[in-house]
Ligand binder design. Structure first.
Ligand code: SF4
Ligand code: MG
Length: 317
């Protein structure tokens, strides 16, 4: 029933409540139906903020986030009014996102009943079906969140989001708080659901390994800007942007032992006062005079690959 060309377009400038700093600027990204896009960056780069804007939790202070042509949220005084249920978000912390005093069945049924997605009379069967989809016994719907482990709670959070029949899921570090073995289970579940339901999703993560596993395309963010976007295979085989390359070099190699971890040189500057020109220039080994003056444009560097770097757009001098 959804049309092709779901678009999340042009989020230019953030600052909607409760964020005060300018966390995201000059971002342009669109997502096709059925596609999973990974959004990667170091902490503080604005990826969660962008995810929240897409999910209608924050409103950009300039520009717009559109889904199928319509805004996902609007400011309402000091709050934000969500304008669609078609975009749903899954948060990092499955402990914080479920009310401990509410049975799983009521947690999962609440949104769909309130929005007329399922009638109250049928909600119990509906929830049973959703829980089965995420690998639970239907009888588990009578339990409370504390009776589940972290990975199970994250699966409940996924069931709750899916129960809203979303056309787009935003997952913000959905496995970051889980043990590695449980991470794999949740990621495999996501892949299964993706196959069965044709999910469209934005997968926010700081973990290049996780994102590689689940994404068709990957967008790399640095200090509030997207610096590279490419099909997953291209990005991992031939990254175009110096920051993307530095990120790969900073990942410890498996089996290489201690001491191989190589952090990116220099501190992450404050997003309140990002460096002029290319935000990455103080840390970039390839920087030239132009990089300090002029912000690079996102230009095509290969099939489906774009990077915001003067090296790919006339040179750094
Ligand atoms: Fe480095 Fe300049 Fe490219 Fe920025 S524009 S990534 S500073 S070479
Ligand atoms: Mg975050």
């Amino acid at each position: 029933e959804t049309t092709l060309g779901e678009r999340i377009a042009r989020a230019m400038g953030a600052g909607g409540p409760p964020e005060v700093v300018r966390a995201v600027s000059e971002v342009s990204l669109s997502i096709a139906k059925g596609e999973v896009v990974g959004l990667v960056g170091e902490s503080g780069c604005g990826k969660s903020t962008l995810g929240r804007m897409v999910a209608g939790i924050y409103v950009p202070s300039a520009g717009a986030i559109r889904f199928d042509g319509a805004p996902v949220a609007k400011p309402a005084g000091r709050r934000v009014e969500k304008l669609t249920t078609r975009v749903q978000m899954i948060h990092q912390d499955p402990f914080a996102s479920l009310n401990p005093r509410v049975r799983v069945v009521d947690t999962v049924a609440e949104g769909p009943v309130a929005h007329g997605i399922v009638g109250a009379k049928h909600s119990d069967d509906y929830v049973a079906d959703m829980l089965t989809r995420v690998g639970f016994d239907a009888a588990m719907r009578r339990r409370f969140p504390h009776q589940f482990s972290g990975g199970q709670r994250q699966r409940i959070a996924i069931a709750r989001a899916l129960a809203m029949k979303p056309d787009l899921l935003v997952l913000d570090e959905p496995v970051a708080s889980l043990d590695v073995s449980i991470q794999a289970q949740v990621l495999n579940l996501f892949q299964e659901l993706r196959r069965d339901l044709g999910l469209t999703a934005i997968f926010v993560s700081h973990d290049l390994g996780v994102v590689r596993h689940v994404s068709d395309r990957v967008a790399i963010m640095y200090l509030g800007r997207i610096v590279e976007v490419a099909p997953t295979r291209t990005l991992y085989a031939a990254p175009a942007h110096p920051y993307t390359k530095a990120l790969f070099e900073s990942v410890p190699k498996i089996g290489a032992g201690r001491g191989v971890f190589k952090p990116i040189a220099g501190e992450i500057p404050s997003p309140l006062a990002p460096p002029p020109g290319c935000h990455f220039h103080p840390r970039c080994p390839a920087a030239g005079p132009r990089c300090r003056r002029e912000a690079p444009r996102l230009v095509e560097t290969g099939p489906g690959q774009r990077a915001a770097c003067h090296l790919h757009d006339g040179g750094v001098a």
